[in-house]
Design a binder for this molecule. Sequence first.
Ligand SMILES: Cc1cc2nc3c(=O)[nH]c(=O)nc-3n(C[C@H](O)[C@H](O)[C@H](O)COP(=O)(O)OP(=O)(O)OC[C@H]3O[C@@H](n4cnc5c(N)ncnc54)[C@H](O)[C@@H]3O)c2cc1C
Length: 304
Amino acid sequence: MTFNTWIIAVDNRIADLLAAAATVPGEVHVAVLGDRDLAEELARTDVADVLWFEPPAGSVVEEYAGQVAEAVAARKPDVVLTGPQDAARLIAGRLAAQLRTPLITSVQSIEADPPVATRLTVSGSVEQTVSASPLLAVLDSPGGAPEATDAAVTIDQIVLAPGTTISMVSAVPRAAGADLSTADRVVAVGRGLAAKTDLGLVRDLATALGAQVAGSLPLAEDLGWLDKDLCVGISGKQISPALYLAVGISGQMQHMAGVTRAQKVVAINNDPEALIFGKCDYGIVGDLYAVVPALVSALGEPRA
Ligand SMILES: Cc1cc2nc3c(=O)[nH]c(=O)nc-3n(C[C@H](O)[C@H](O)[C@H](O)COP(=O)(O)OP(=O)(O)OC[C@H]3O[C@@H](n4cnc5c(N)ncnc54)[C@H](O)[C@@H]3O)c2cc1C
């Protein structure tokens, strides 16, 4: 049996979506929301064709998410995969309504056949596999940029109409923030840090490792010492770096659910009984105020 599989792409991070789609027998199509360059980049991947949605200039995704959903629904997909980006989730929600199928979130993997989605539930402590028809899944990790093939497939274009119920009032560029979803190395800090002014210690370590800084919920939300976007866990980001170094983090399951796909987890904690020591690959029992400067000094020059 073969399935009509679609990927909804809002940027070029679709390598894991493509890998998941490749497990499902049948053709894979991509619905791309963005500029022509993005459509052309994705047309050089291992897909049957590309449906390119060109947004109106100066528009917001809420204006046309319904139009994208309608067009994809009209192509009667059996399986639709997308990533966790805001625009992707918004379109997926509209598509779920169009297809009258549940939207399955926090998905880790897809298997066929028949297509099923596996996800983490109960704060990351249970791996649950579900089926639905059509199967509409938001994967936590869309992956990085896909490998380009030699030939490009056909691009069909749909020009989206401006919406009438919402419009953009202003859009002010902010300084570029960290993108944890694609970070290769992450240094995360928790309540073990005594003061906001000590964040410099952790930033020094991140710089020495060429890593992004992240944090536990108390730091990013309750104390507001870090940007909310930098929270790791079920209420924040689920990430998959090669290295996750947790500094002064106890290792509660709500936090660790965010790093189940990290390749190596390293913990620094002064409590030998801390939960995180049961969940890491390497642990350093010690005061972060002694261990972190020692590591920075041992690492020497910052890594690229
Ligand atoms: C519904 C729900 C959702 C949640 N979602 C999230 C989420 O997405 N992300 C998240 O992070 N949390 C989440 N939480 C909160 C979570 O349960 C924990 O409370 C939180 O992760 C604890 O943060 P922490 O490890 O920074 O702090 P703590 O648990 O207070 O741990 C601090 C650690 O630092 C160590 N320490 C103290 N001083 C030092 C020192 N000098 N050197 C070294 N180590 C030191 C201590 O031994 C301790 O282990 C959620 C909770 C709920 C109920």
